[in-house]
Design a binder for this molecule. Structure first.
Ligand code: NAG
Ligand code: NAG
Length: 352
């Protein structure tokens, strides 16, 4: 099997969607280090500095308070992603610990499994059920998934598009099921007890596109889920609705939060509730969301999807070392402290 090197990580093998590896299916999985952590959101709040809440951002260095709407791969000169061809930007809310005394501290990020050289950041997946079965995004494409103001369950069960995995010990202990499938360790809300190996966030984007619009006013309406509803990472198939007939690669993000320094229950709220909160002020976790601005060079993503690429290498793509990708950075433009013990969340913890 062509991905045997990837499967050398037994727990990752479990993450492989069923039916993958045959008939030309593709699954890229690669790391992108932090490019900047700051209170900007060029998609939802273009030109606004600072935006309502803090984000952790990876990818190309064209990221900023406002971004060009054309091909951003022509504006970036470097990327924190391991594939040289990916100048996209990906960002999510940050995680903070709220101590019993009411102060907050940003939870550090650690490298994910099999991307050990990364500086925090995001692990990115692109999956396609087979050659020529998905159409890669066009230059200028962007989208948002999740709702920062949501505070209740979507009721999707194993098809939930956002989940938290509570690792039971160091070195990703407890990693058996594919993302969002573990009946015990994966929840749509923040884990209620201490996670001895940290917490992983998974966020999955929709599979279908209207074929016309690169964006929409809420950054969501130009994409849609298959007719049968949102699909899990483990079942990337499904029929696209007539309104959104074009199947796009499934974009899926993973973030590792090192919560282990915050597991002392004497520092948790006295009522026994869990202490973690998103930078939006959300202490439920249901409001986790992610933003994507497509920025692959030319047709390199389409080729990777059609060439059945798997894991962190692909014959039609080239990679850069962790030290090179890790040295790409965007200068912070928001004059505020996001680190150390804070009296309040930066911006006060605003959802939208
Ligand atoms: C609040 O609690 C944290 C965690 O116990 C501690 O490190 C910090 O110094 C405390 N801050 C204040 C102002 O008491
Ligand atoms: C859940 O929250 C959404 C808004 O994010 C709201 O539209 C919906 O009615 C809520 N559902 C329930 C069952 O409360």
């Amino acid at each position: 099997m062509f991905w045997s090197g990837f499967l050398a990580f037994p727990a990752l093998a479990a993450a492989v969607p069923q039916g993958y590896g045959g008939s030309g299916s593709a699954m890229l999985r690669f790391g992108c280090s932090q490019v900047v952590i700051e209170r900007l959101d060029p998609l939802v709040n273009p030109g606004v500095n600072p935006s309502p809440h803090v984000h952790q951002v990876v990818g190309g260095n064209a990221f900023g308070a406002s971004m060009p709407e054309d091909d951003i791969s022509t504006h970036s000169t470097c990327t924190t992603c391991s594939f040289n061809q990916d100048f996209s930007n990906y960002w999510t809310a940050n995680l903070y610990f709220k101590a019993r005394n009411g102060t907050y501290k940003r939870v550090p990020q650690i490298p994910n499994q099999a991307v050990s050289g990364n500086n925090g950041g995001i692990t990115v997946y692109y999956t396609s059920p087979g050659a020529k079965q998905t159409t890669a995004f066009k230059p200028g494409f962007r989208m948002l998934t999740g709702e920062s103001t949501r505070r209740n369950s979507t009721g999707l069960g194993k098809n939930m598009q956002s989940c938290f995995r509570c690792y039971t010990g160091p070195n990703f202990e407890g990693n058996v099921y594919s993302p969002c499938f573990d009946p015990k360790l994966d929840t749509e809300y923040f884990p209620t007890g201490p996670c001895l190996g940290g917490i992983r966030t998974n966020i999955i984007f929709p599979l279908c596109w209207d074929g016309k619009n690169l964006d929409s006013p809420n950054h969501m309406d130009h994409v849609a889920h298959p007719t049968g509803g949102p699909t899990s990472f483990a079942a990337v198939s499904g029929t696209c609705p007539s309104t959104h007939p074009v199947k796009i690669p499934q974009v899926h993000l993973e973030i590792m939060w090192d919560t282990t320094a915050f597991n002392n229950k004497a520092e948790w709220p006295e009522d026994g509730s869990q202490p973690f909160v998103l930078s939006t002020g959300d202490s439920t976790g249901y409001g986790q969301h992610a933003d994507y601005v497509f920025g692959w060079k030319d047709d390199t993503l389409q080729q990777a999807m059609d060439n059945a690429c798997f894991g962190a290498t692909c014959r039609s793509l080239t990679t850069q070392s962790d030290s090179v990708s890790g040295s790409c950075a965007v200068k912070n433009t928001v004059a505020e402290t996001t680190e150390g013990w804070l009296k309040e969340l930066p911006g006060g913890g605003m959802g939208a």
